[in-house]
Design a protein. Structure first.
Length: 391
């Protein structure tokens, strides 16, 4: 190996930058005496000791190294600096190719063309996420395949990943999980989750359950048959006692809900008021607690013969939840979710987030947008309890 003295260090570092930037000339600022003598040898031109900036041709340096040492310029640069020059133009072109591939992977999703999906992909491009995926070599296909298979039906996340991606841990990587949650938030019209609880609710909204013990549903006066849970529910209903059930419990044995009609509310305060004010005389009531959990959907799916009356707060997330429920359950209809109900209630805080459609009552979305205010369930509590009173 050729021994290069310290006078070569700055010169070959400058040469490396020049090669990477496709320059023909390089410069060395305030060369010391040894560096000045080397430059004279390379160029064949005298340089004064007072020279502040010395410029030389890269071709001259390459010819000198080949003649004096039998070394190519890039080999000398690699020996002195520790690595050969990078072809940054080629690297940029390769990154752009990878970026296009990732974007094509995203655009192949079955949700392409849907407003939420196009908005999400535009955000990935605008904020540089597509470029970062291309740079770090992440594969977008796993996220796309997961989105293609969603929504699920209360499936544990590892089982879903195993079924769809043949790898139970495929969605556990930080990149894949972040992208999936961002896509689901855009789909649901909500903010990206900032807490573990918000993440769980968002996954359950898509029909995925991180933990079947963590997924729960609050019920009041819902009788059922089948297994120990069915017995608990019937006994609690006879005494007007609220129950909190886990998805794990609901899976213990086949059971069916024995009710002709089930009401669904969003806020626990409504269920608590029904328990206190009506007791066992209240109609069967399920509390979704915001986004309905996998446990809630498991329970309601066992009530195939029951009419489901569903409501949420009058905000954009709430009407999305109601629309999703009406689309999911053929026997569901809205419960006090009309334009008249909205206009007749006390206005709450300013509506936030992207607007949503209200297909069961198109005028409702217009009324909400025009008023610009939400209405929480507690504002309709007297009417809700009257509907729930079976006496």
């Amino acid at each position: 190996m050729t021994e290069f003295g310290p006078e070569w260090t700055r010169l070959l570092q400058a040469a490396k930058r020049g090669v990477e930037q496709h320059q023909q000339r390089i410069s060395l600022r305030r060369p010391d005496d040894d560096e000045r003598k080397l430059i004279i040898a390379v160029t064949g031109a005298y340089r004064r000791s007072t020279t502040g900036l010395t410029v030389l041709e890269l071709d001259d340096l390459a010819e000198y190294l080949e003649f004096a040492y039998g070394l190519a310029l890039n080999d000398a640069i690699a020996q002195v600096t520790g690595s050969p020059p990078r072809d940054r133009h080629a690297e940029r072109a390769a990154r752009e190719r990878r970026r296009r591939i990732v974007l094509e992977q995203a655009r192949a999703c079955r949700h392409r063309g849907e407003r939420w999906f196009e908005r999400w992909v535009d955000q990935l491009v605008r904020f540089g996420s597509i470029a970062r995926i291309a740079i770090d070599g992440s594969d977008f296909i796993a996220v796309r395949a997961a989105l293609d298979a969603l929504p699920a039906r209360g499936e544990p996340l590892p089982a879903f990943a195993e079924r769809v991606l043949a790898d139970a841990k495929a969605l556990n990587t930080e990149r894949h999980r972040t992208l999936l949650l961002a896509a689901l938030a855009a789909w649901a019209g909500t903010e990206e989750p900032a807490t573990a609880e918000a993440e769980r609710k968002l996954l359950e909204w898509a029909g995925l359950t991180p933990d079947d013990l963590d997924s729960q549903v609050l019920v009041l006066n819902v009788p059922a048959a089948g297994g120990p849970v069915g017995s608990w529910m019937t006994e609690a209903a006879a005494h007007g006692i609220p129950l909190r059930l886990t998805l794990h419990q609901l899976r213990l044995a086949e059971m069916s809900v024995k009710a002709a009609r089930i009401f669904v509310c969003e806020n626990p305060a409504v269920l608590r008021a029904a328990a206190d004010g009506l007791g066992a005389s209240g109609a069967p009531l399920v509390c979704a607690e915001g986004t309905a959990s996998a446990a809630a959907h498991r329970l309601l799916s066992s009530a195939s013969d029951a009419e489901i009356l569903w409501r949420n707060d009058f905000d954009w997330a709430g009407v999305r939840h109601t629309a999703a429920a009406l689309g999911r359950y053929a026997n569901a209809r809205p419960w006090r979710m009309s334009t008249a109900d909205y206009r007749g209630a006390q206005a709450g805080i300013t509506l936030d987030g992207p607007p949503a459609e209200t297909p069961w009552d198109p005028a409702l979305a217009d009324a909400m947008a025009g008023r610009g205010r939400s209405v929480v369930e507690e504002s309709l509590l007297t009417d809700l309890l009257s509907d729930l009173d079976t006496r």
